[in-house]
Design a protein around this ligand. Sequence first.
Ligand SMILES: Cc1ncc(COP(=O)(O)O)c(C=O)c1O
Length: 425
Amino acid sequence: MGDGRIALSRRPSGDVSSPDMGLVSRLVCVVCRQELPAPDSAGTCPRCADPSAVLEVEFDLDAVARSMTREALARRTPFHWRYRELLPVEPDERAFAWPVGGTPIVEAPRLAAWAGVRRLRLKLEGSNPTASFKDRASSVGVLHALQRGATRIACASTGNAASSLAGYAAMAGLPATIFVPERAPDPKLAQLLVYGADVRRVLGTYAEAYEMCGAECAEHGWYNRNCAINPYLVEGKKTAGLEIAEQTRDDPPHWVAVSVGDGCTIAGLAKGLQEMHGLGLAPGVPRVLGVQAATVDAVARAFERGEPSSDAGATTVADSIDVPVPRNWRKAVLRVRAVDGAFVRASDDEIMDALLAAGRLAGVFAEPAAAAAVAGVKRAVASGTLGRDADVLAVITGHGLKDVRSAMSVAGAPTEVRPRARTRG
Ligand SMILES: Cc1ncc(COP(=O)(O)O)c(C=O)c1O
């Protein structure tokens, strides 16, 4: 485990928190490190002319430590609202009724042998209500929007953020408009439509859907749930890290593997692991392994070379991490460095092999982007990043039923048999 301990942040005199922002002490630009004055800043840094200058939420960890003790946590709801001091919104009665988080961690010894590591645990984020870890961010985003009096919430998504937002907006009774790229898989679209969202299928890429969402939100004054530029949403994703730290407190993994698209998830996860250690609620900070598709690897390139670049027209079977223009690469790179982490790439064939292996050797049905984390563990062993003695936890970020077509392309076909002739009796 790396040290990765973070400095406790004390509430500064220019306190930016508002009554519903819990123990948020400030917003800080990841590029210029300036503190931002407005509590409601939800975009990029106004002082930096840089689209990667996203904001980070910092908490008053001294104050958090006073009430979020081990004993207090033992008495709280299993949902992620249990970490309320480390959320940028105060959960109220309505939010406590929305289930989110508290997902299981299972041992996968046969999958560990397949991947070549001593121990492999899987955190099943597909157990969240809309079947992906995005519920952590959406629940926070919907509550934040409601507390700000928003009349509509919107997002652009490759699928999971969209279906998750639609689900939580439906729970809250808040209208939602969702921009999806042309190739979003049908099961995710079905979720959106069933949850009653206003769905706009943009005949173009995810990047184009993202731009359109931003423009429409600015024009109509809608709440923009896009994680990459909304610092509060990453705090929702962070709860996966808080939870892993708490659930494995007595037996922490060396590494936590997770797939990477925009970079928000890995940034939030690592922040959560660090905060729990900073609070004395975890013995250390596991290293984090970011896994990208070999063909769409802009964040891994940024980690290695300082700038995210991507090959024109490249794509991957793992639609949820098919993000050639990541918005949150800077936050991801900084956090992965801070926890002494690493990046690996997995080919589409390796991802689909991992999807089958997870199903057959662990009974876990993962969507391709989630299986990528397992593929990355195997790849990292082959490349020497992970030793064979490694104890790894892979985050299974989305359920396999999200993309049945990809699964069916490798799973084989059923054996067709005729019904038995009925014997008269
Ligand atoms: C199932 C799944 N895994 C991983 C990711 C990657 O998350 P991020 O784009 O925040 O890096 C996503 C994002 O949509 C996802 O849906």
